[in-house]
Design a binder for this molecule. Structure first.
Ligand SMILES: [Fe+2]
Length: 225
């Protein structure tokens, strides 16, 4: 399927008053998301249009290198916010459904996961991604320092906490305590149904791969002489 331009989506979170996160913060934040879509499209278009028979490949500096790297920043800026806005506007409360089952098993209790994810939010410079691993089916909290740094392969984000200052400074101030208050507000507005929909997609992808035999180890045939 060929690449198609990214288009910013509309989200139910913008049709309701969030608890603690102001409309102005959300509207300003949405402009960043639109900017990431625009720049991701621009980078992808440039990468598609390069003349690869002529263009320089250079690891110190080259147009190809610069645009390739910035493309990942813009693209994940789009994807990260797509999930973030998608699961705001809910009723909050305790983790529910399949997500609660998985973190209960993984973290030996939902409360321990809650403590862990909030500490991760104090330790990250950009994002905390709670992700489902397509290889082993585990759920874990991953810290990302920027839009595109420290994500790991085959981790499907199911819950995304934006801890860049733009997400909370207007409403809570630029202090560690302000960030903690924002993270509490984030969870008060979280739509657990959306988290569980993300998780259902990820589990279905793993199931599909398992069924196709993609996870099976190659048969080991002992040497015969
Ligand atoms: Fe953001």
């Amino acid at each position: 399927m060929p690449w198609d331009e990214l288009k910013p989506r509309q989200f139910p979170a913008f049709d309701v008053e969030l608890d603690g996160i102001s409309r102005q913060t959300m509207e300003d934040h949405y402009k960043l998301y639109e900017g990431y879509a625009k720049k991701a499209n621009e980078c992808r278009r440039i990468l598609n249009e390069f003349d690869y028979s002529e263009i320089e490949g250079n690891q110190v500096y080259s147009d190809l290198r610069a645009v390739s790297i910035d493309y990942t920043f813009a693209l994940l800026g789009f994807k990260n916010h797509d999930l973030y806005f998608g699961h705001l506007g809910g009723e909050g409360g305790e983790p529910e459904g399949r997500f609660a089952e998985l973190v209960e098993a993984e973290f030996n209790g939902v409360e321990k996961w809650q403590r862990a994810v909030k500490k991760a939010a104090s330790s990250a410079r950009g994002w905390v991604m709670v992700g489902y691993d397509l290889n082993d089916g585990s759920v874990f909290n991953y810290i990302m320092d920027t839009q595109n740094l420290w994500a790991v392969y085959n981790m499907c984000p199911v819950l995304a906490i934006d801890v860049y200052e733009h997400a909370y400074v207007r409403d809570f101030g630029a202090t560690p305590d302000g960030r903690k208050q924002y993270v509490e507000a984030f969870f008060r507005n979280l739509d657990w149904d959306h988290v569980n929909r993300q998780l259902a997609q990820a589990e279905a992808a793993k199931h599909g791969a398992d069924e196709s035999g993609a996870r099976e180890a190659p048969e080991f045939a002992p040497a015969t002489g």
